[in-house]
Design a protein around this ligand. Structure first.
Ligand SMILES: [Zn+2]
Length: 67
């Protein structure tokens, strides 16, 4: 199981993919969506929209996350 490096919450594939997409593929510890929102100083809603956007644009990170 992969957990958020900030709060220890169990991460979803989408959250890991978003972290990789927003921060970098080379990372091997990740943050959950609420912690990412705090890190970027944006709303969680905006990050959900970004996940949708990346999925629609066929980002390979998200395709991998769904397998
Ligand atoms: Zn967290």
């Amino acid at each position: 199981m992969t957990a958020c490096r900030n709060c220890g919450k169990k991460l979803t594939g989408d959250e890991i993919a978003l972290h990789k997409r927003m921060i970098g593929r080379g990372e091997n510890t990740f943050m959950c969506l609420p912690c990412l929102a705090e890190f970027f100083g944006c709303t969680e809603e905006l990050l959900y929209k970004k996940i949708e956007h990346f999925k629609k644009s066929g980002c390979l990170l998200f395709c991998d996350a769904e397998k």
